[in-house]
Write a protein that binds this ligand. Structure first.
Ligand code: KIV
Ligand code: NA
Length: 274
C-alpha cells in the first residue's frame, strides 16, 4: 500500500490518480484499475443517497460506506471525508470523530474542507497521528455561504488568498490538498507554491493529481454533471436497457429458461397431488 510520503514523492515525478468509491463493487473496481488513492467522499450524500447537498451527510453514513470501501479495496490508500460539522465544534469532538472514521472503517487519512479555523484542526489531527488531506477552492459543505456551486479564486484578491491558504495547509501538516473548481492558471501557481501534492477537480491539468466522482465519470444515476467532468462512459444506458428487458421477459414468461432452473427426478413427485 502507498503511504503519504509516497504521494509527496510523486509530486514532480508522476501524476496521482484518485477516484471516489462508496461501496464494495466501486472500491474493488477502482483498486483493480490501479487508482493511486480512493476517496470516500461525502459526495455520497448526493450521488448515492439522493440528498440535495453534502450537508445532510452524517458520521454514521460515512462509516457505513467507508467500511464497505475498505472491504472492496484491501490494498488501497483510502481517504475519507469528515462530514459537515464533525470538525468545527471543539478539538475533542474533532479528534474523536476523526479517530472513529479511521478506526471503524480502516481508512488511512481524513479530508477536511476549508481555511481559517480549519488550519488548527489540520494541525491538531496531524499531531495526533492522523494524516490529513486539505480541500480548498469550492468547498461544497459551505455552499450556503459561497452562494452556490461556482468557480472560486477568479479575482486577484481571491487568487492571492487561495495561494496563501495552500501554504497554510502545508504548514499545518496536510500531506496533500484538493483544489476544486478554480481556474487552471491559479491551480498551476498553487501547485508550484507548495511541496505537497495538489489533487485537482475542475482545476485544469497542472495539479499534481486528479480526482473525479465515480458516478459522474461513469454517468451512473446522475441528473447532470459539472463542466469539469469527463464522462468516460454512460453506464446508465446498458443498465436501463437490461432492466427494461428483464421486466418484459418476466411479464412474457421468457425468463427464466430451463438453464436458469434446477431439476429433479420427476418421479419423486408421482401421486403427491392425486
Ligand atoms: O466528496 C467528494 O467527492 C470530494 C471530491 C469532489 C474531492 O470531496
Ligand atoms: Na467531499
Amino acid at each position: 500500500m502507498k503511504t503519504t510520503s509516497d504521494f509527496i514523492k510523486m509530486k514532480n515525478a508522476e501524476k496521482i490518480s484518485m477516484v471516489t468509491a462508496y461501496d464494495y463493487p466501486s472500491a474493488k473496481q477502482a483498486e483493480l484499475a490501479g487508482a493511486d488513492m480512493l476517496l470516500v467522499g461525502d459526495s455520497l450524500g448526493m450521488v448515492v443517497l439522493g440528498y440535495e447537498s453534502t450537508i445532510n451527510v452524517t458520521m454514521e453514513d460515512m462509516i457505513h460506506h467507508g467500511k464497505a470501501v475498505r472491504r472492496g479495496a484491501k490494498n488501497s490508500f483510502i481517504v475519507i471525508d469528515m462530514p459537515f460539522m464533525s470538525y468545527h465544534l471543539s478539538d475533542r469532538d474533532t479528534l474523536l470523530n476523526a479517530a472513529r472514521l479511521i478506526q471503524e472503517t480502516g481508512a488511512n487519512a481524513v479530508k477536511l474542507e476549508g481555511a481559517n479555523d480549519v488550519f488548527d484542526k489540520i494541525r491538531l489531527l496531524t499531531n495526533a497521528g492522523i494524516p490529513v488531506m486539505a480541500h480548498l477552492g469550492l468547498t461544497p459543505q459551505s455552499v450556503g455561504v459561497l452562494g452556490g456551486y461556482k468557480v472560486q479564486g477568479k479575482s486577484r484578491e481571491d487568487a492571492l488568498e487561495l495561494l496563501e491558504n495552500v501554504k497554510k495547509c502545508e504548514e499545518a501538516g496536510a500531506f496533500s490538498v484538493v483544489l476544486e473548481c478554480i481556474p487552471m492558471q491559479l491551480a498551476r501557481e498553487a501547485a508550484k507554491a507548495i511541496n505537497i501534492p495538489t489533487i485537482g477537480i475542475g482545476a485544469g491539468s497542472d495539479t499534481d493529481g486528479q480526482v473525479l466522482v465515480y458516478h459522474d465519470m461513469l454517468t451512473y444515476g446522475v441528473d447532470r454533471v459539472a463542466k469539469f467532468v469527463k464522462q468516460y462512459t454512460n453506464i446508465d444506458e446498458p443498465i436501463a436497457q437490461a432492466l427494461i428487458n428483464y421486466v418484459q421477459e418476466v411479464k412474457t414468461g421468457t425468463f427464466p429458461e430451463v438453464k436458469h432452473s434446477y431439476t429433479m427426478n420427476e418421479s419423486v413427485l408421482d401421486g403427491l397431488y392425486g
